[in-house]
Design a protein around this ligand. Structure first.
Ligand code: AP5
Length: 222
């Protein structure tokens, strides 16, 4: 496979809650050896460790609301300045508002590709109840679409699997509403920059992965 070696992958995954952003991010990060940065994972770790950030974030995350822009932008500016981001990264869950997208542009990030994982709301609602997350390493599974042997133990680290607190149906409903109001406008924002590609995310997991890899390979070859 011939790649234009000067090309860095600075990739954003856009999409509603449960679209599969985290799942695809993990696969791409491993395949291309580039760091994956998930604002959701950063916040969940802060909540688990009861840091100041975690205490502030918990009330927003658990209600399905967005954490205020100034907090998130501050976290991401610091994270993206770290050494491991010099040769590219994948952003899962950031940016999520126009203010965050503008802050990212103003930081000089020069995003190369935005993949919009498109999944209908009714599929999301059905999916969320089956998601299981490892309490130790954060890996994500699904009791039907991406099962483990017993759906109780993480095959990667042996940690226990659990449902996410914000996957409760009433919270999922709020998260979808917030997505449509505040994050969906970013599709147009990146479309206008000519770097948006849409991948249908409601096929089988392996089909979504194949479509996603195809978009990245085309970008690298171009
Ligand atoms: P975050 O963790 O980012 O949640 P989210 O965007 O709502 O996305 P999810 O993690 O729920 O889903 P996903 O798209 O990663 O799907 P997954 O791969 O797990 O954010 C959580 C909260 O933190 C937010 O609500 C907010 O409060 C706060 N926050 C985070 N970032 C913020 C920001 N930038 N600004 C402000 N606040 C912020 O897949 C879902 C399930 O489906 C899994 O079980 C998986 O196995 C399965 N699956 C995946 N793909 C497929 C497929 N193709 N077919 C069948 N099943 C599939």
């Amino acid at each position: 496979m011939h790649y234009n070696n000067n090309k860095q992958i600075k990739l954003i995954f856009l999409g509603p809650p449960g679209a599969g952003k985290g799942t695809q991010t993990e696969i791409i990060s491993e395949k291309y050896s580039i760091p994956a940065i998930s604002t959701g994972a950063i916040l969940r770790s802060a909540i688990k460790n009861q840091t100041e950030l975690g205490k502030t974030a918990a009330k927003y995350v658990e209600a399905g609301e967005l954490v205020p822009d100034d907090i998130i932008i501050g976290i991401m500016k610091e994270r993206l300045a770290e050494d491991d981001c010099k040769n590219g990264y994948i952003l899962d869950g950031f940016p999520r508002t126009t203010a965050q997208a503008i802050a990212l542009d103003e930081s000089g990030a020069e995003i190369s590709l935005v993949i919009n994982l498109a999944v209908d709301d009714d599929v999301i609602i059905r999916r969320m109840s089956g998601r299981r997350v490892c309490c130790t390493c954060g890996a994500t599974y699904h009791i039907e679409y991406n099962p483990t042997e017993d759906n109780k133990t993480c095959p990667r680290c042996g940690g226990p699997l659990a449902c996410r607190k914000d996957d409760e149906p009433s919270v999922v409903e709020s998260r979808l509403k917030v997505y449509h109001e505040q994050t969906e406008p970013l599709i147009k924002y990146y479309e206008e920059k000519g770097i948006l590609r849409t991948v249908i995310g409601q096929e089988k997991l392996e089909d979504t992965t194949a479509l996603t890899l195809n978009v990245i390979e085309n970008y690298l070859k171009g």
